[in-house]
Design a protein around this ligand. Sequence first.
Ligand code: PT1
Length: 262
Amino acid sequence: MAVLNVTPDSFSDGGQHVDLDDAVASAKRMVDQGADIIDVGGESTRPGACAVSEADEISRVIPVIQALSAEISTPISIDTSKPQVMKQAVAAGASLINDVNALQADGALEMAASLGVDVCLMHMQGSPRTMQKNPTYDNVIEDIKQFFQQRIDACLSAGIAKENIILDPGFGFGKTLKHNIEILQRFNEFKYFGLRTLAGLSRKSMIGSMLNDRAVNGRVTGSVIGAIIAVQNGANIVRVHDVLETKDALLVMQAAMGEKIG
Ligand code: PT1
């Protein structure tokens, strides 16, 4: 899964503008590099980020999804927590709802059920603005599994098909480095539910911390190794920025390990 951020580019004009041609060109490049899903997001959810209005999010992501679905056949996912964004994104051609809020917003469960597409349920403690203040768990793996169970039950009750559900423990979303490492080491335990799993650790601060506080642009190799470990430990989908590098690593691992992965 390749990350396509369509948040306004503060370098080019500092404003609300998202360049459609740029977005389509990067998506096409990532498809050429081997991406199987393009994840379109119009609201940053990294630590400290502020919320974006529904109207702004729609005006950023919908034209991009429309343009992409006209030009590529690769599945498109919409990274959103807002029901109206989900609805318009699926109408524009998205086939996966990637919700860091696990369909807990008002009306989100019902919307996802009525759209009938795949949904990724991510675990987060708190909200992006404050989640890294003081993350605490009794037992991080058990707490996340309990959350998954509760959200799966809610999805099934709302009429979402079990096989449409993907689970993501949410690296960096209300977790210390120690929590993130335990999640990576014990990723296999999330296979308990018999559902597909997703891991997103690309360029995150957990990788920076493991590399002596390396800046974001120096985290490619660390992120690739992180993705490899996640897949070795059972992740079915990895959400990444560096498609070519990650794909190379996965191809070599798959060629060498064959069935012995996951
Ligand atoms: C993710 C994810 C996501 N991450 C899914 N969707 C982000 N399903 C956005 C940091 O610690 O892992 N899974 N959508 C990006 N969020 C973050 C969080 C970015 C933490 C950076 C950090 O640096």
